[in-house]
Design a protein around this ligand. Structure first.
Ligand SMILES: Nc1ncnc2c1ncn2[C@@H]1O[C@H](COP(=O)(O)OP(=O)(O)OP(=O)(O)O)[C@@H](O)[C@H]1O
Ligand SMILES: [Mg+2]
Length: 373
């Protein structure tokens, strides 16, 4: 899959901008606050349907406008596909694929696959388990359409079940209906756990190798899905379900007291280890950065395995954070993968990518200029 062209209108600080991308490397150079991250974000929105930042949807529209538009042309499996997103203040966003309006935004997921790496991604290591669950949720959703559906169903189940737990002794009928919600929780929860465990095991296969190369074969990387019902590796779905049921049964009074579902994938975590120690607590800054890099590069390979083609790689200002050896490894690794790199300083990057097939762009106050010579 290749992104050929990007047209954005009234998107954040871009009033009208267009870029024809190279099928290999694209470097966007610009000072702070000129629109580099905004540009990456527009591609991400055309991929996932929402931003990776904390902003609300209406904040994506230029401050002085009411309507914004992202148009992206991609080439995939010998077909040309046009993705259009129309954002309007106080209205539901509209997504069109080759001019046909989608009923649900979620239907767009999987058309334009991306892997994004921003300095903010350090929170995958440093942050709470929520950040790691979000990371796997977004990634699995890109390759397994059913997963997203299961997640939204599971969310409804935990919400409903929690209401019943909170009022358990005040409504007589709760004693009858709780078992239905237990079944939902266990069945959907186990499906989600299996998707995630498989994804993490696949990710691990690539990431271990990549990390080893990044660290010059000096350090060992490990990745583990940590289910809060216990060790689930090598168990069948039925075995996991019976452990899950037992956990609920043994802790039922506790759940009622707390008024919340204490077990299930909404409480799970992913352990990232270097030389046997948890990276979150014992990893140095450089090791943590390398761990994220290994995860992101492994993710690219998984998307390729699942979909048959590489996703677009978006590297937002991450080079400056890496030491020289790691920079060189990363640049070498991305050859053959369509990549967008943003940078404030192009000097070092131009040396590192000297013989690359590439295009350079300059971003200044929401305007894009192709400066490839
Ligand atoms: N809805 C909006 N309308 C207009 N401008 C906006 C909107 N949202 C954000 N901006 C502006 O866009 C500008 C560029 O932001 P962006 O994060 O893309 O910069 P950047 O080039 O990535 O900078 P840095 O190098 O510091 O990361 C900011 O000054 C911000 O105020
Ligand atoms: Mg930025």
């Amino acid at each position: 899959m290749i992104v050929n062209k990007l047209i954005i209108k009234n998107y954040r600080n871009f009033i009208e901008a267009e870029a024809e991308l190279n099928e290999s490397l694209n470097i966007f150079i610009g000072d702070n606050g000129q629109g580099k991250t905004n540009l990456m974000e527009s591609i991400y929105v055309a991929s996932i349907g929402r931003t990776f930042r904390l902003n609300s949807e209406s904040e994506l529209i230029n401050f002085n406008e009411k309507k914004s538009r992202i148009e992206i042309h991609i080439r995939k499996n010998n077909y040309n596909i046009k993705i259009e997103i129309i954002l309007e203040k106080n209205k539901k966003k509209i997504v069109l694929i080759n001019g046909v309006k989608l009923e649900k935004t979620s239907e767009m997921i999987g058309i334009l696959n991306n892997v994004i790496f921003t300095p903010d991604d350090m929170k995958i290591i440093k942050g709470s388990p929520i950040e790691r669950r979000r990371f796997v949720n977004i990634d699995i959703s890109q390759i397994k359409p059913k997963y997203k559906y299961l997640l939204s169903k599971y969310k409804k189940v935990t919400t409903e079940r929690n209401i019943i737990l909170k009022n358990y002794y005040t409504k007589y009928e709760n004693k009858d209906i709780i078992s239905i919600w237990n079944d939902y929780l266990v069945n959907i929860g186990t499906e989600i756990t299996f998707y995630r465990n498989e994804f993490i095991n696949n990710l691990k296969k690539y990431a271990v190798n990549i990390y080893s190369k990044i660290s010059g074969n000096k350090e060992e990387f490990d990745l583990l899905y940590s289910s809060n019902i216990g060790n689930i590796n090598n168990l069948t779905k039925d075995e996991v379900k019976s452990i899950f049921y037992k956990k609920i049964k043994d802790n039922f009074e506790n759940e009622i007291t707390r008024g919340t579902s204490m077990f299930g994938p909404h409480k799970d975590d992913i352990l990232i280890k270097i030389d046997g120690k948890e990276c979150k607590y014992f990893g140095s800054q450089g090791q943590q950065r390398s761990a994220i890099l290994a995860l992101k590069l492994a993710e690219i390979e998984i998307i390729k395995d699942e979909t048959g083609s590489y996703p677009i790689l978006l590297l937002d200002d991450v080079l400056s954070e890496l030491d020289n050896k790691r920079k060189k490894y990363l640049i070498k690794h991305i050859e053959g993968i369509q990549t967008i790199i943003t940078t404030t300083d192009d000097h070092e990057l131009s040396i590192l990518t000297e013989n690359f097939n590439k295009k350079n762009f300059y971003i200044n106050r929401g305007k894009i200029r192709n400066i490839t010579n």
